[in-house]
Design a protein around this ligand. Structure first.
Ligand SMILES: O=C(O)Cc1cc(O)ccc1O
Ligand SMILES: [Fe+2]
Length: 437
């Protein structure tokens, strides 16, 4: 995008807090006071509710916003099917679920003229979007801004994890900028356009079909810690008053549908509510870990969780491995060998990850499915077993994990991708026998 977009991103204003009632008006007086739906909304605007949860869900989980817009969203022609590109949706039936450990290199560069939506490429997932359960892992690689088109996803919310290149997200609620090291959360159904701040962009997306992401409970940690609510930033209202054809692409039950509006649907002049997009800087994560011995389970690094109907069992957790100190005494400090009933997709935003000496690349990813054995590679094991246990700062990388209760089935394109690494099993080859009876 132009330098103008960069300047816009730098000048962005935000309001802070996760899950609270935000409100904003781009024009003074546009936001009704004391009621949601006055007989005539201020300034001739149309009032419209956007519900992210059922009307009747418990107050603590209820998500909805009221939008005050130039035209109601209902004023549109028929949606028709359009090419799904490389976007796939659960249930994933193209291939069988595979117990093998898998690792991918970054996506190849996109063809010139690929925008964020055209550059979305589904790796796999689980559940069923029509049942609002499960999740999908997507990657994106783009070299162009979306122009004259916007996207929204009825199938789930989108957690966007940039790895390269800043994104300017123009949403119904206003503007957000997210670059590498930050994440953006776009709630189900919210319309947005992605503009590139650095000429090209690459990253990951967790599409969460299930309950909206929330902050994890803190239990004995106390009232503060992990991702602090006040570090989430929501936009302030900013609207486009554009007459002319704008394509609205909507993902609905696994397919992309398109309708051409005669105006920009990013025409919300004021809004209030808690079904809102956010940006969060992962470097603000308050990392908590062991100050005595042993390597804690990575749940201690949970940024956001999508709960299921079983307490403690997440449809998907978003977990970050942020810079931290390791001080464990008589402890094997990197991630341990393990087999996990949960399935783990990992990505790398920059640098390296402390369980893998090589081969796990920024922009790449690994999939360790339900019960598949994994952990430190041989080189990491050998090094960490012999390391002198002085306090050690781990700050040479930023990795993350989408951890989900169901196995992840890869799409056909992921299972046969040219960038799928061959011989990943070999990283655990040569782990020597030390037991002498
Ligand atoms: O597999 C991984 O690298 C993720 C992970 C990290 C950790 O610190 C403990 C368990 C775990 O699954
Ligand atoms: Fe793991």
């Amino acid at each position: 995008m132009s330098g103008d977009a960069r300047k816009t991103a730098e000048a962005l204003a935000y309001q802070t807090g996760f899950g609270n009632e935000h409100g904003s008006e781009a024009v003074p007086g546009a936001l009704p006071q004391g009621r949601n739906a006055p007989q005539r909304a201020p300034l001739g605007l149309y009032a419209e509710q956007l519900s992210g949860t059922a009307f009747t869900e418990p107050r603590a989980h209820n998500r909805r916003s009221w939008l005050y817009r130039i035209r109601p969203s209902a004023a549109h022609p028929e949606f028709v099917r359009t090419d799904n590109g490389a976007v796939r949706t659960a249930p994933f039936t193209e291939s069988v679920a595979d117990p093998n450990r898998r690792r991918w290199n970054p996506l190849p560069d996109p063809a010139p003229g690929t925008d964020w939506l055209a550059g979305l490429w589904t790796l796999g997932g689980n559940g069923d979007a029509t049942q609002r359960t499960g999740m999908a892992v997507h990657l994106y690689a783009a070299d162009s801004s979306m122009t004259d088109r916007v996207f929204s996803d009825a199938d789930g919310e989108l957690l966007i994890v940039p790895e390269r290149g800043g994104l300017l997200l123009r949403t119904e609620f206003g503007l957000l900028a997210a670059g590498p090291g930050e994440v953006a959360l776009i709630p189900r159904g919210v319309r947005f356009r992605v503009e590139l701040l650095d000429g090209s962009a690459r990253g990951y997306v967790c599409e969460n079909y299930g309950a909206p992401f929330q902050l994890p409970d803190l239990g004995p940690i106390g009232a503060n810690g992990l991702a602090n609510a006040r570090d989430f930033r929501a936009p302030v209202a900013a609207y486009e008053d554009v007459e002319g054809p704008v394509e609205v692409v909507s993902k609905f039950c696994g397919n992309l549908w398109t309708a051409t509006y005669d105006h920009s649907p990013l025409d919300v002049v004021a809004w209030h509510g808690n079904h809102v997009p956010y940006v969060y800087d992962l470097r603000r994560f308050n990392v908590i870990g062991s100050i005595s011995y042993d390597h804690p389970d990575p749940s201690i690094f949970t940024v956001l969780t999508s709960p299921s109907d079983t307490p403690g069992l997440a449809g998907v957790d978003f977990v970050v491995f942020a810079p931290r100190w390791l001080v464990g005494e008589d402890t094997f400090r990197p991630p341990y060998f393990h087999r996990n009933v949960m399935s783990e997709y990992m990505g790398l935003i920059e640098g390296a990850y402390d369980a893998k000496a090589s081969g796990f690349l920024p922009g790449g990813g690994s999939l360790h499915n339900m019960m598949s054995a994994h952990g430190p590679d041989r080189e990491t094991f050998d090094k960490a077993s012999a390391a002198e246990l002085v306090p050690q700062r781990v700050d040479d990388g930023l990795a993350f994990m989408f951890e989900t209760r169901w196995p992840v089935t890869a799409t056909a394109q992921a299972a046969s991708a040219g960038h799928l690494q061959r011989g990943y099993d070999d990283v655990w080859r040569g782990l020597e026998r030390h037991f002498r009876g």
